[in-house]
Design a protein around this ligand. Structure first.
Ligand SMILES: [Fe+2]
Length: 607
């Protein structure tokens, strides 16, 4: 049988639903449902994301040759059932709710998908991949490698929580797996929850908090919570956790071990939380390192592909790179379940290849993760006119020059260009930009634009060929998924004796807005072929200032998804104190805009 021409991948019902469309094995479009519904991490069936993918591909549902869902609902249901039975009677408390949820749609997904896509041909197959098979496929097939080891680490799919595999050409072999409830993702989420951050989105904050603390509890974690083996496999001591019962993550025994009850989100962050964050981060890095070393031994491969939610832990990724466990590392930018949609589609397409089509040199197929919707000048102008906005339209050169001048003047710029990013990071098309040299930029962006008081610095963007002049980074980091230290020549001395959040106000380098308290930075390197406009902006800024680094943060306010449409961008602009908005070639100056509509101003809160 010839491989299916058009394959639609879908992920849904856990968190961050998404859709992805392939044509002849190439990615045409991919997007998360949250961007359209404006509900952060929206888990619902991704109706609008599918509609976008089909529209962008210029086809209707009747032209699809295959639809693939990113996990096996029956297996997942069996896992839930067995888990609940194992912990009965406690588990029965939430059992009826879970059963009705599954019986009410998730188990009969073929029917649901046909109902949602009524145009689908009767002969169009609806397939299911295993959850970690989808993660592994999302890590390997779009990577620049024709052969590689694959490591997937997340909370849980059906049963697997971690897998080691090998990709070669069109084939992925999963060689080993760790099974629920022994899960690095769940362990990290339990600590995220304990420190008062939201599970599935607050993990990034816990990682950002870690450098303020001391690893005082590392030994206790390894002694009490985790039996960690040399090959990175582990058993978790479930006496400290509650997640099998589905009500809370941790229990009283856990709280006693770490010196108190869980922090509520509105409570102040204490040194204790920072020490806990640092300790679990250190343990996570150790587990990831051991798993990676074992993957190398097992596969003999030189390169590594990573996916699964834990692959978003860019501090652990940076450590993996610096310890040179593998020669090269490629991380799927949509590493968590949104990327499962893409992986599922790839898995189905490659399953039908009869010759190894991939055993030839290839490039990163993610197209800079710029796989979402884009808007024409006419659409942007129509939106602006409908709001009575005041704007100017510039040539591309005029836009770049104006942006460089405004950045140099310390202005905060909304930068909305081209196709939206797929995955959790804004990579320069739905971004807010600023001058990384400004000592005040971090607090201006946090308080006037993002409406938060963050202990985390912003991410730097730098042209790929200039990155090594600022950061101790080997290779590239196109998806902002690697943390590396800023080089000593840019560092500033810090007075001794400062602890915890006292460190926050202290400039650490001549690029203070992007330097963390441990001198680390979460880097995005920009290649000309991935994003020519952003590359050109960085180059012009460097020519004007001798500094090749800018601040890049996502274009949204706290608690909202990244903006998708010109309408979203305009609304975000007028409701914040961003100075300028560059919407395609249109420039909006805050000072010239009509009075702001009432409401929506959010009080600043700590991260
Ligand atoms: Fe997952």
């Amino acid at each position: 049988m010839p491989p299916p021409r058009h394959v639609l991948g879908i992920s849904a019902y856990y968190h961050d639903a998404a859709a992805a469309l392939l044509r002849d094995g190439r990615i045409i479009a991919a997007a998360q449902e949250e961007r359209f519904t404006r509900i952060k991490n929206d888990p619902d069936f991704p109706r609008q994301a599918i509609e976008f993918c089909l529209r962008y591909g210029g086809l209707n549902a009747g032209e699809l040759d295959c639809v693939v869902f990113y996990d096996k609902p029956v297996l997942k249901f069996t896992r839930l059932l067995e888990t609940y039975l194992a912990v009965a009677p406690g588990g029965w408390r939430t059992f009826p709710e879970v059963v009705s949820n599954w019986l009410g749609g998730k188990l009969d997904l073929r029917k649901t998908i046909r109902e949602e896509l009524p145009g689908l041909r009767a002969e169009c197959p609806i397939l299911f991949t295993a959850h970690h098979q989808a993660h592994a496929a999302s890590a390997f097939y779009p990577s620049p490698f024709t052969e590689a080891a694959i490591l997937t680490i997340d909370a849980v799919g059906e049963w697997a929580t971690t897998t080691i595999g090998r990709g070669r050409g069109d084939t992925i072999e999963l060689l080993k797996e760790l099974r629920f409830p022994h899960s690095l993702g769940m362990l990290y989420s339990a600590f995220t929850d304990y420190c008062g951050f939201r599970i599935n989105s607050g993990e990034y904050k816990l990682m950002g908090l870690a450098p303020y603390g001391e690893p005082l509890h590392t030994e206790a974690i390894l002694r009490e919570l985790l039996d960690l083996k040399a090959d990175g496999s582990f058993w978790m001591n479930l006496d400290y956790f509650n997640f099998l019962r589905g009500t809370t993550m941790t229990n009283g025994r856990f709280h006693r071990l770490f010196g108190g009850p869980p922090r509520r989100p509105e409570e102040a962050i204490e040194q204790r939380h920072m020490d806990v964050a640092r300790s679990i981060q250190a343990v996570t890095e150790e587990v990831v390192l051991r798993l990676a070393r074992h993957a190398r031994e097992l596969t003999g491969e030189k390169d590594l592909c990573l996916a699964g939610g834990v692959a978003l832990n860019c501090v652990a990724n940076g450590r993996l790179l610096r310890d040179r466990v593998f020669d090269r590392i490629w991380i799927q930018p949509a590493a968590s379940d949104a990327g499962g949609a893409l992986g599922a589609a790839f898995a189905a397409w490659h399953a039908e290849q009869h010759e190894s089509s991939l055993l030839r040199a290839k490039a990163d197929e993610m197209q800079g993760a710029l796989l979402g919707p884009e808007y024409s000048d006419e659409e942007i102008e129509a939106t602006l006119r409908s709001h009575g906005a005041r704007f100017q339209r510039l040539s591309t050169t005029g836009l770049l020059d104006a942006t460089v001048d405004l950045l140099r003047a310390g202005k905060v710029i909304g930068w909305f260009q081209g196709r939206m990013e797929f995955g959790p990071r804004a990579l320069g098309n739905r971004s807010i930009l600023g001058d990384a040299r400004s000592p005040r930029m971090q607090s201006i962006m946090n308080l006037k634009v993002k409406f938060r008081e963050s202990f985390r610095p912003f991410a730097p963007i730098v042209r790929r060929e200039r990155a090594a002049e600022y950061f101790d980074l080997t290779g590239e980091s196109p998806y902002m998924l690697l943390v590396a230290p800023i080089l000593p020549e840019w560092r500033l001395p810090v007075p001794a004796g400062l602890k915890g959040l006292e460190l926050l106000k202290q400039a650490r380098s001549t690029l203070p807005a992007v330097t963390h308290v441990d001198y680390s930075a979460r880097i995005q390197t920009v290649a000309r072929q991935d994003n020519p406009l952003l590359y050109e902006l960085l180059w012009r800024f460097e020519r004007a200032t001798q500094c090749g680094v800018l601040v890049n943060t996502s274009f949204n306010v706290r608690g909202e998804p990244i903006v998708c449409t010109p309408e979203d961008a305009y609304r975000c602009f007028v409701h914040t104190e961003m100075d300028y908005l560059m919407l395609g070639n249109f420039v909006l100056d805050r000072a010239e805009q009509p009075a702001r509509p009432a409401g929506r101003r959010v009080a600043p809160q700590t991260d």
